[in-house]
Every structure is written in C-alpha cells, then in structure tokens.
Ligand binder design. Structure first.
Ligand SMILES: Cc1ncc(COP(=O)(O)O)c(C=O)c1O
Length: 384
C-alpha cells in the first residue's frame, strides 16, 4: 500500500504522529460535512427517510468492518463513556464480584466501573503493568489470564493500551472469561479502523468505539456493538426514534412499549444527526476500502527502521507481537532529557503525545518514513 497523504490536508512539513489523540479529517469527509451543515438551511428538504436511512447505512458499514452479523447489533453513541454506561447500567453484581481492568486504562473505561462496583460493594481488580521490559507484553497478558477466576463478573479491556500500545490477546481472554461466565467488554477506540477486529472471532459481549481517532470520523459520534445478552436491557434515554414504528411520524403518539430490534434501543437521542452521520459514513467507506490489515502493514513498514534505532538508544518499545503497529509507546529513560525532547518536537513540527512514562507515537496512511526520521532526529538531540 502507498501513502495516502493526498487524501488529507496535513502539510508536508508536519510530522503528525498522533492519530491516537485525534485523526485528521479526510478531505472527502470535510466536504461531506460542509454540505451537511448547509442542509438545514432548507429544512423542507429534510424528509422522513433522512432520519433513518443514513443511520442504517452507518450501522451496516460498521457491522461489515467488525464482522458482526447484523446492523441491529450496532448502536450509534456520542462517546465511549456513553457506550460503556449503557453496558454498566445493565449489569447486576454480587458483593465480592470482580470487574477486571488493566493499569492506567483510559478514564472513560474506569469511572463507569468504579460507579458500578460502589453500587454493589464489589471489587475493581487492576492488573498492573509489569515493571520489567523483558517480555513485558507477554507477562502482562499472562497475568490477565491468570487473574480471571470464578469471582470475575466483567473483563473490561481495550484491544491495545491507549498509552503504550500493548496488545491484549482478546481471543484468549474470551476463552478464559467464558469458562468463568464473565462478560467481555472491549474498548476498541484505539484500534478499530486501523487494526482488524472480528466479532465472529473474538465474540465480545460489547465493543465500544469513539470515532474521532481510528475511524477517522468527526468528534462526538461513535459506534458500539452489543451482543445478545444486552438485547432486553434498559437504555440510558427513552428516545422516540428507537421505538417500534417510529417511521410513522403521523402516529408517534400511539406510544409504543416495544423498541426496535436488538441494540437499536441504545442509540443516542437524535441519532439521525444530519451532520455527523454522513461524515462518519464517508470515513467508514474509505477505511473498508483500505482494509485495516493494510493499514497495520503500512504502519509496520514505515516505523520498522526507527524502532531499531530507538532500541539502539536504549529506549524500550514493546516487541511487535505484543503491540500495535499503528500505536506504540517509547519508554523514556535516564539517558533522554524529556524537556529537550519536547522542545525538539516543537521545533521540528513533530506531534506525539506524552502519556505517563511513555512517548506515544501513532501513525496512519498519511505518515511516511520521513516522519519517523524526524522523530528519531529529535530523540538523538535529547540524549544526555
Ligand atoms: C482507549 C480510549 N477510549 C476512549 C476514549 C475517548 O473516550 P470518550 O469518548 O468517553 O471521551 C479515548 C480517548 O483518548 C481512548 O484513548
């Protein structure tokens, strides 16, 4: 696969290695967004179908991307925290039950569980990141598997760690959690779109994704898959669109007790969002055409040489098998001056994120080996 930089507006002199923070819009998505904003100048052109057809298209594309059987298992959400709240609101725990998470997980995927365990006097079990750099990812994964027991009610994990890119073996976690009747809830925000995800293969009970990173969508819209266990749950809001026969605008006050099928009940109110939905559709079409596996391969290719150079500078980067190629962390050590490094990044237009003890580097199809060369140049200047 070749660079796709021409499809974005990132200037030549900018090394934007920070899609894990926020992706740039595709030019095509920007165009659709601008058109969509103007649409409401002429409200008489917004028809009944416009409330339903684009949303269906969006859910169908997302179902295709994640290999889910039906768009009826997909809900449109405004944020990852909203999608996770839907899950936690529909879980009952016993005292002493455990919700398992990993250390320094993204806060939206922690606070909801804290609230849940407080409600039921249950326990949050945090699997710490290993202190060693040798086989760090392998050990962390093994510790997760070893910690799933009959006490585990929920395993709530990301596919890769948002700060350092550690890859979690969700298939093995699913097998182990099934043995103990524990739910598997996955936050795919830092992978889905750039790393393959298959509902068929992993069979999570829920998969939650904000769209403004690897789904290349706008901010304030996301997508979630909810499995059969949530088919009869209670949604956060009781929006009219999610009820049976809501297409019949003349009959909306024939109030309906039943929801639309499957996960549709969990979509956010005003799900038809005439601006964000068409933008998210356009972005998903492009991602499906590219295929996330090709994005992984491309990111591996452009970063490979630099990762060897970082290792020569004694900077730890997780082994390829246990990290994403699109997102990885460079662990700072005493040989690197963090303040000099920050200044060098600024001077050279290199954009990354500092997350805990890691410099998080994330790439996409608009990046190139030159961007990574610039990154390495900054590290070399910061060696003390
Ligand atoms: C792993 C992960 N989940 C979720 C989010 C976003 O959460 P929310 O949509 O609740 O703001 C982020 C943002 O950085 C993230 O890294």
């Amino acid at each position: 696969m070749k660079t796709q930089k021409d499809k974005f507006k990132i200037p030549q002199e900018v090394a934007y290695l920070n899609t894990a923070y926020m992706s740039p819009l595709l030019k095509s998505v920007e165009q659709i967004g601008i058109k969509a904003v103007s649409k409401k100048c002429f409200p008489y052109n917004i028809k009944v179908n416009d409330f339903f057809v684009p949303v269906e298209e969006l859910k169908t594309l997302f179902a295709k991307l994640i290999q889910a059987n039906t768009p009826n298992s997909i809900a449109v959400i405004p944020s990852a925290s909203y999608g996770l709240a839907t899950v936690s609101n529909n879980i009952r725990l016993n005292p002493d039950d455990e919700v398992l998470v990993v250390e320094d997980q993204f806060p939206s995927n922690i606070y909801t569980w804290k609230r849940l365990i407080e409600r039921y006097k249950a326990k949050l079990k945090i699997i710490k990141s290993p202190t060693t750099n040798i086989n760090r990812g392998k050990i962390w994964n093994q510790n997760i598997l070893d910690s799933i027991t009959n006490k585990t009610a929920v395993v709530a994990l990301p596919q890769v760690h948002w700060a350092d890119g550690t890859l979690f073996d969700l298939k093995s976690v699913r097998e182990k959690s099934n043995q103990h009747n524990a739910l598997l809830i996955v936050d795919g925000t830092q992978t889905v779109g750039a790393y393959p995800f298959s509902i068929k293969e992993i069979q999570p009970d829920a998969l939650i994704c904000a769209s403004y990173k690897w789904l290349l969508g706008p901010y304030s819209i996301g997508l979630a898959f909810y499995g059969e266990k949530f088919n009869n749950g209670i949604p956060i809001e009781e929006n009219w669109i999610n009820r049976f026969n809501s297409e019949n605008f003349a009959g909306l006050v024939n109030y309906q007790d039943i929801y639309k099928e499957g996960a549709n009940r969990y979509s956010v109110g005003e799900v038809s969002n005439f601006i964000l939905v068409p933008m998210a559709i356009k972005a998903l079409e492009q991602i499906i055409e590219w295929d996330p596996q090709n994005i992984q391969n491309y990111c591996a290719e452009i970063s490979q040489k630099s990762i060897s150079k970082l290792n020569e500078l004694s900077c730890f980067v997780e082994q390829e098998k246990f990290r994403g190629n699109h997102l990885f962390g460079i662990k700072l050590n005493k040989h690197i001056n963090k303040e000099i490094l920050k200044k060098e990044f600024e001077k050279n237009n290199v954009y990354v994120s500092f997350r805990g003890t890691f410099v998080r580097v994330s790439s996409h199809l608009f990046n190139s080996t030159e961007d990574f060369d610039k990154l390495i140049g900054c590290f070399k200047k910061a060696v003390i």
